[in-house]
Ligand binder design. Sequence first.
Ligand code: NAI
Ligand code: MG
Length: 500
Amino acid sequence: MATITVDPRVSGNTAEFVSGRHLLYIDGQFVQAASGKTFPVYNPATGEVIAQVPEADEEDVHRAVLAARRAFDDGAWVRMAPAARTKLMSRLADLIEEHNDELAEIESLDNGKPFAIARVNDVPKTAAMFRYMAGWATKLTGTTLPLSAGPDFHAYTMREPIGVVAQIIPWNLPLLMAAWKLAPALACGCTVVLKPAEQTPLSALRLAQLIDEAGFPPGVVNILTGFGETAGAALAKHELVDKIAFTGSTEVGKLIVKAAAGNLKKVTLELGGKSPAIVFPDALMDKAIPGTASAIFANQGQNCSAGSRLYVHVKVFDQVVEGVGKIADKIKLAPGLDPACQMGPLVSDAQQRRVVGYIESGIQEGAKVTAGGPVSGIERGYFVRPTVLTHTNPGMKVVREEIFGPVVCAVPFSDDDIDRIVQRANDTIFGLAASVWTQNLSVAHKVARGIRAGTVWVNCHNVFDPALPFGGYKQSGWGREMGEEVLHHYTEVKAVTIAL
Ligand code: NAI
Ligand code: MG
């Protein structure tokens, strides 16, 4: 085993957990991978190994799926009083809150993000998601239906849990994505096998301990750390899984769909984006400039909904680009646990190479760098400077593809025809989100209506709430997460008809 170094700034509890022995969570037990294999976890601020976690493979997936299947089929979880499910989920939310700073330290160490942000954003939002969804457990109702056939029948619908759910999540918001997936599934009475991303497995393993402590019955939640091509693929094709929920790249989303076809499991996908932020000349600049900067730079730019195409009216283009560039230049890059940190490293060396590769390709194709650039100037860690590109054209890779890093393409428009602006914003294979910055209500509503995306923000960006459905049009995905919408994806509807 490689030597393990944990950042000395973390608390004793975190150091103990991170450097301790990690195990899979299957059927209410903490166990090794069947193969006994482990893989290393890196601190992206240093490139050092901070932990070894079990490498689950097909056999572990099979064991976890069987456990989830038994926990579903034996009926105890499904028949549990909905209020008892609410109580368990609320207890888990309490435990998450009690361990807020420890979870934030784990997240910062593993993903690279600023600890100061994880403790006020990622972790509290994780607890809030469990609380919000806990409330839905008691509100999953059907309807009574007057039939065209006449009054000789009494008919009604009921919502039942869809069954065993496999959930595969990414590394950008590891703990929060686990909550987005687990909370609605549990509220609906499903059982789950969750696989965190191989880059960031630690917070899901700590969550497994809290789930166990909260008292969920064995097999209701199973958590496996492992790679996508092995453990993930085994989950996607497993015949005893009823539904798969995936967040990640559009490329892998398509593989999931193919794998799911074997037993026609239900599929929801939350995939990539290339979201426009559109600034009109009447926008309040003291809101629009910091707002569009944070739209792209938040979470090191590793956000599916990042405002990565900045469309600005020519009248204010220079002002906005200069303003966003000044903010970019001032952002303090540092390890996430450094109190001065405003932006951490990207999650991995692969992601750093990928994002730097995009900046270089933009430059090669003729774009101009007005802030940041391909060289971070920082010796250690996977840092990329927040970068602003101008002089792009609609055919460039940097304009068309998801970069998933702190890189924005600023594009001027001189048009006053809303339809044509909307058409340019919609010129993408993605349809996840958009923001519009204006004081004019009519413009805001027209743009909101014209945008082909699952989310439109007006005078704000990246506002998420458990009550708001989130998901993509076009190649940004299938289905919605959160809100009442998500419950449809974790339940089946049964129509019951009684001849009177
Ligand atoms: P990815 O799509 O490969 O990984 C996401 C999850 O899918 C991970 O848990 C991974 O283990 C799993 N996975 C990978 N291959 C699989 C397979 N064949 N079957 C089942 N599961 C599989 O994303 P990656 O490679 O980490 O990042 C590449 C790019 O994807 C990013 O640069 C970004 O553009 C995009 N991405 C988008 C995300 C979003 O939130 N929409 C999140 C993560 C990545
Ligand atoms: Mg991948």
